[in-house]
Design a binder for this molecule. Structure first.
Ligand SMILES: [Zn+2]
Ligand SMILES: [Zn+2]
Length: 141
């Protein structure tokens, strides 16, 4: 699959089958995206990126990438982990199914996601991922 940002300065190619989409409603993802983050995982060795990419580390273990020209969000990636790409970059991602929602109990009322997929609460997610605490509040510093 080939994808690109809004202005076309960043071009991304992924090989292999792209799998399923997860949605995240944690504080960071809501703030970063406007409401909820959608992503599908691709192993790093299946990814080619062309163009300048901006990176922001909102947490100690992951980066969020964006196009410095147009601001399009590109991916969320744990250190040494797979890329978690924003589906909207890829026309070919249109039919990918929604596999699950995490931080489902934190979702804004304006983004109810229909379907019978698993809905993982903040408490359950952080129990399974003890290094994660997505409730960082910069306005409380
Ligand atoms: Zn761009
Ligand atoms: Zn999140």
């Amino acid at each position: 699959m080939r994808g690109h940002c809004l202005c076309g300065a960043v071009q991304i190619t992924v090989t292999g089958s792209p799998g399923e989409v997860s949605a995240c409603h944690c504080d960071m993802c809501r703030r970063w995206t406007g409401a909820a983050q959608w992503g599908f995982e691709v192993p790093a060795d299946a990814v080619t990126v062309r163009g300048d990419v901006g990176r922001y580390r909102a947490s100690s273990f992951a980066e969020r990438a964006f196009c410095p020209t147009c601001g399009t969000h590109l991916w969320l990636r744990d250190d040494d982990g797979p890329y978690e790409f924003v589906p909207g970059l890829f026309d070919g991602a249109r039919d990918l199914p929604l596999a699950r929602e995490v931080y489902a109990d934190r979702a804004f009322a304006c983004v109810p996601l229909a379907g019978e997929h698993p809905r993982v609460s903040r408490e359950a997610y952080e129990r399974d991922h003890p290094h994660v605490n997505m409730e960082v509040r910069h306005d409380q510093v």
